[in-house]
Write a protein that binds this ligand. Structure first.
Ligand code: EPZ
Length: 431
């Protein structure tokens, strides 16, 4: 297993580019099951989650050919296999996004239930409720959800998709991907508004789907008989961009972030400004591919954060902002409203000298003057990112163990941070 070794207290400076979005790419790749024509994608990041999706799609009869570092062609040629096996699903919960496309295109699907997860309970009841409203039936057998479509074709319906924690991103992706081939009109109310849903809708529309309202809480889909192929460039990763912004801020550095989806990051940049970090669009601030200068000041002010569905503050940036606020001059309150157990980084940050007190879904962060390097580990991708950021700012050496969690969502993070001045290297834990 690999770890990162970080010598902290070094200001970052220079230019760093944001890669394509993992969370946009995953349901978009699954949408290639909806057609037997080729789907060409660019800006697909080279990550372990993406490789897992590639493996799953190949098993489901969709060949994935990498045509460049970040380009691929997906082509479904065999529709006989509809089983997403536990072996793959257990490595990546996003495997569940094949459920909607399989039911819509093949009238049947067998998807292993994902099971527990480091960031808390992650049920798929809303996915099933939405697909049932479109006419699918489900039963559970041997840990697998088996879905069938009596009559072979889904039927459009009106669906309220909100749950106790608000909208569901992959649930919306599943229902949207299923509704495009259903007979008649589907209305998805309380749909997720995340930019990744807009990106999926853009690809589906390029394939011939008829969708309005993506990006708003009400999406309307007029089902079509069949879809063709399409070409699509994946949007840049807003969470990676936000992580780079915090990297500049926490090291009192200055980064120019290119290919930055600034328009999708307003909640995060609003917090950064409150904290005293300069965020300046060097071109169009309403762009999803902006050039942005981020400069950390010497003094950081505290800030209260509550995670929410988009356009609220994203849960996937909570750990990174907590790392930053451990060094603020005062007390911040961070409340996690999407995944109330998503605090694996709290105990690890404390080992670096942070003063944190967690009660239920809230963490109180009392800023300290400095963090000190330590060996740390977290079994969640974004928690690990928070620890890397803390390590960049800490005095001495920080070792972030088990970076395979990070590799699920950040491509060669250590090489890219090293290019802007971080002293960080990947070493084997056995060494
Ligand atoms: C997506 O997960 C992302 N994953 C997550 O990113 C992200 O944290 C999350 O959305 C929230 O923004 C991908 O896109 C691959 P949800 P998803 O369904 O869609 C509850 C990362 O680090 N819920 O929007 O699975 C759920 O428990 C990952 O990149 C139900 O109750 O999340 C949660 O409280 C981690 N029933 C809330 O809804 C359901 O059927 C939102 O979850 C589905 C969800």
């Amino acid at each position: 297993m690999d770890m990162f070794e970080i010598e902290g207290s070094r200001r970052l400076s220079g230019e760093i580019a944001v890669n394509g979005s993992k969370n946009a790419a995953l349901p978009i790749m699954a949408a290639a099951l909806l057609t037997q024509e080729p789907v060409r994608l660019s800006d697909v990041p080279d990550l372990s989650d993406i490789r897992n999706m590639q493996k799953l799609l190949t098993e489901l009869g969709c060949a994935v050919e990498r045509t460049g570092k970040h380009d691929c062609i997906l082509h479904t040629t065999d529709t006989t296999e509809s089983h997403a096996r536990y072996d793959i699903v257990k490595t990546m919960r996003a495997s569940v996004c094949v459920l909607g496309p399989l039911l819509a295109a093949r009238g049947k699907a067998r998807v292993s239930l994902p099971g527990g997860c480091a960031i808390g309970q992650r049920p798929i009841d809303l996915h099933l409720k939405g697909l049932e409203a479109l006419g699918a039936t489900f039963e559970l057998e041997g840990g697998d959800v088996i879905g069938r479509v009596p009559g072979g074709r889904l039927r459009g319906n009106r669906i309220f998709l909100g749950g106790a924690f608000g909208s569901t991103v992959l649930g919306t992706a599943n229902i949207l991907s299923a509704a495009v081939l259903a007979q008649g009109t589907t209305v998805i109310e309380s749909a997720a508004c995340e930019p990744e849903i807009v990106d999926l809708a853009n690809l589906l529309s390029a394939m011939g789907a008829r969708i309005t309202g993506a990006g708003s809480p009400r999406i309307v889909v007029e089902g079509v008989e069949q879809l063709g192929g399409g070409s699509h460039q994946i949007i840049p990763d807003r969470i990676e961009a936000g992580t780079f912004m915090v990297a500049a801020a926490i090291t009192a550095g200055e980064l120019t972030i290119t290919n930055c989806p600034l328009d999708a990051l307003m909640a995060a940049t609003n917090c950064l400004e409150q904290i005293g970090v300069e965020v300046e669009a060097l071109d169009d601030a309403s762009s999803m591919r902006a050039r942005v200068r981020v400069a950390g000041g010497r003094a950081l002010r505290p800030c209260d954060i509550t995670t929410q569905p988009h356009p609220g503050f994203p849960t996937d940036l909570q750990a990174q902002f907590m790392a930053l606020l451990t060094l603020a001059d005062g007390t911040s309150v961070i409340t996690e409203k999407i995944f109330p157990e998503r605090f694996l980084h709290v105990a690890e940050l404390s080992r670096m000298g942070a003063q944190l007190f967690r009660q239920g879904p809230t963490a109180i962060v009392s800023g300290v003057r400095r963090l000190v390097g330590a060996p740390v580990m977290a079994s969640d991708l974004r928690a690990s990112a928070g620890l890397v950021l803390a390590g960049l700012a800490a005095e001495g050496t920080t070792r972030v163990l088990r970076v395979y969690h990070l590799d699920r969502g950040y491509e060669k993070l250590e090489e890219r941070l090293a290019k802007v001045g971080a002293r960080i290297k990947r070493v084997s834990e056995e060494e």
